[in-house]
Design a protein around this ligand. Structure first.
Ligand code: NI
Length: 138
């Protein structure tokens, strides 16, 4: 871990109050840690825009009785321009499945992959979680 530097900043009183409220509501014990994590969130967002290598996780819920869908989902993972790191399948009920697909690669390619998955007929819900390799945010 890098050495800590101390900074002071000027901020409007109402904004400071909002920051303190947010810090407490988010369960942080101190402002510094909350601000560090806010900066990391922003850096991660920038990585997604910049084309850097990022980590994304697509969670999808689908009906496996829908004709050809299971095969199509496998095919999409094989053809994805983002690299599939792992996928996990869980049977939710007689006909509903949940899948978690973690991918690494260019943010735009991952978004395209998630969008294509979401648009398949029989997919009931899909959500992309945008994270980072962690290499550039410490
Ligand atoms: Ni299943």
């Amino acid at each position: 871990m890098s050495e800590l530097a101390r900074v002071s900043l000027s901020i409007e009183e109402p904004l400071l109050k909002s920051l303190e409220k947010l810090t407490r509501a988010s369960g942080y014990e101190n402002r510094s840690e909350f601000i560090r994590d806010m900066i990391r969130d922003r850096l991660t967002l920038e990585e997604w825009k910049s084309g850097a290598d990022v980590i994304g996780t697509v969670t999808l819920i689908y009906n496996h009785h829908h004709r050809g869908l299971t095969e199509k989902l496998v095919e999409l993972q094989h053809d994805s321009l983002a690299h599939v790191l792992v996928s996990t399948h869980v049977h939710i009920s007689h006909e509903i499945c949940a899948e978690m697909i973690m991918v690494r690669g260019n943010g735009e390619k991952i978004r395209q992959f998630a969008g294509t998955v979401k648009r398949q007929k029989g997919v009931l819900h899909a959500e992309l979680s945008m994270s980072t390799t962690g290499e550039n945010i410490s």
